[in-house]
Write a protein that binds this ligand. Structure first.
Ligand code: FES
Length: 181
């Protein structure tokens, strides 16, 4: 069984097991992608190559499905996951300013959602279901209400400075970049 990535977690045995469970027909595409993303947190190119080499699922079909459903991603999540609500209650209480502050602070442009250094992934959420706390953000699983753009900038600066020290010797690996909560 070929191991097509240096990361030990990207052993293709896991992909082979998914194909065995879900089948190798074209109709298994969505479930196969869901399971791959469940393992790695994204869809690694090597895993997708393995799928196309060992099933009837084509690259074209994969990219069609993966780009249709927003939840699929082709890049690993950053080490820190920053989520800002863009729902109505949060919107009227200043969420757009928080969203702008995060994008500016992390130097993210257009559809980019992850910083170049893989430190942060930024996501806008439709509603956390905590509208009474608006505007709401969740950073690495921690919910904060009554957020402001200023507080968000300070929080991101603090995380970035801690991360510089803590992750200075990290090896790139999809699982090590996934949030633990
Ligand atoms: S609208 Fe933001 S938590 Fe509901």
């Amino acid at each position: 069984m070929p191991v097509v990535d240096k990361c030990p977690h990207q052993n293709m045995n896991e992909i082979a097991a998914i194909l065995k469970n879900q089948g190798t027909g074209r109709d298994a595409c969505v479930k196969v992608l869901q399971e791959i993303q469940g393992i790695f947190g994204y869809l690694p190119a090597a895993a997708l190559q393995y799928v196309t080499d060992h099933s009837q699922i084509t690259k074209r079909q994969i990219y069609g499905v993966a780009t249709f459903y927003e939840r699929f991603r082709f890049k690993p999540l950053g080490r820190h996951h920053v989520q800002v609500c863009r729902g109505t209650a949060c919107h009227v209480r200043g969420a757009p300013m928080i969203i702008d502050a995060v994008a500016e602070e992390l130097h993210l442009h257009g559809v980019e959602d992850t910083t170049e250094d893989g430190e942060f992934t930024f996501e806008k959420i439709a509603c956390f279901g905590a509208c009474a706390l608006a505007p709401v953000t969740v950073t690495d699983g921690q919910t904060r209400g009554a957020m402001t753009a200023d507080k968000m900038r300070k929080l991101l600066k603090k995380i970035a400075s801690q991360a510089k020290t803590a992750h200075a010797t990290d090896q790139p690996c999809p699982r090590s970049t996934m949030p633990t909560n």
